[in-house]
Ligand binder design. Sequence first.
Ligand SMILES: NC(=O)c1ccc[n+]([C@@H]2O[C@H](COP(=O)([O-])OP(=O)(O)OC[C@H]3O[C@@H](n4cnc5c(N)ncnc54)[C@H](O)[C@@H]3O)[C@@H](O)[C@H]2O)c1
Length: 264
Amino acid sequence: MTLPEAFGLDGRVAVVTGAGSGIGRATARLLAQSGAAVVCADVDGASAEAAAAEIGSGGATALGAELDVSDGAAVDALVARAVEELGRLDVMANIAGIMHEAASVADTDEATLDRVLAVNLKGVFFGCQAAARVMRDQGSGSIVNMASGAIDVPTAGIVCYAIAKAGVAQLTKTLAVELAGNGVRVNAVAPGLVMTPMLARFIAGPGGDPATLQAASEQMARMTPLGRMGEPEDIAHAVLYLASDASSFLTGQIVRPNGGVSMP
Ligand SMILES: NC(=O)c1ccc[n+]([C@@H]2O[C@H](COP(=O)([O-])OP(=O)(O)OC[C@H]3O[C@@H](n4cnc5c(N)ncnc54)[C@H](O)[C@@H]3O)[C@@H](O)[C@H]2O)c1
């Protein structure tokens, strides 16, 4: 598939968090295929390096970096490294995230609340902050944050995850207003269900039973108007759209690749 020029990222530099697995990995790969030099960052340093090696073997420029997004100073340092080694920052894709074991509001423990907010909300906040400081001086850039369909469909048992993602949506809109005058756009993606390692662990536990996962996938596909679950590439395509000039008139928006599950 050849890309129309507006979707191309030639000469651009992208940082992708959570690039070691699932949606982040597919996004890092696609942004690189579209012409960007990509920094693949993940708390699992080996998976970040593997993503960068895979992208590099395809001929694109990629750096792997171990990064815990809940550490603001480390996020700042990673963005500074991207600018120092690759010259600029055009795309910040804040994709890293975690799920937690199902628990009602009444039964949620404080450690789980703190951990999920630290990674899924503060981690995105730190990524936005570091990118905003570079991009506002540069006078251009696109920040893409990973929200979730959980912001639209309240689901018992995932309150920590849902409130973090709702915060990401509001952070996205606020920052979009703040940076609009600097030529920087800020949008979010709220995916429906995608069978990544994160969702598989949530449904069936670590190393979960394939039959349980298959049955859950079939049930989720039946609940989806388009009749299937999402693939990581479905979400990566939405990120590419928001990262590229193809979306140059979009800011502060939540794009929902979800097969039609919710239509707010
Ligand atoms: N899979 C879905 O159905 C779905 C739906 C909606 C939203 N999302 C969101 O998409 C994003 C990617 O999820 P995925 O499904 O690809 O999961 P995944 O587990 O496959 O990938 C998440 C990646 O983030 C990394 N990570 C976790 N904590 C981190 C930290 N503190 N710092 C840096 N990296 C960290 C993990 O090591 C992993 O590589 C998440 O934000 C998730 O909430 C996923």
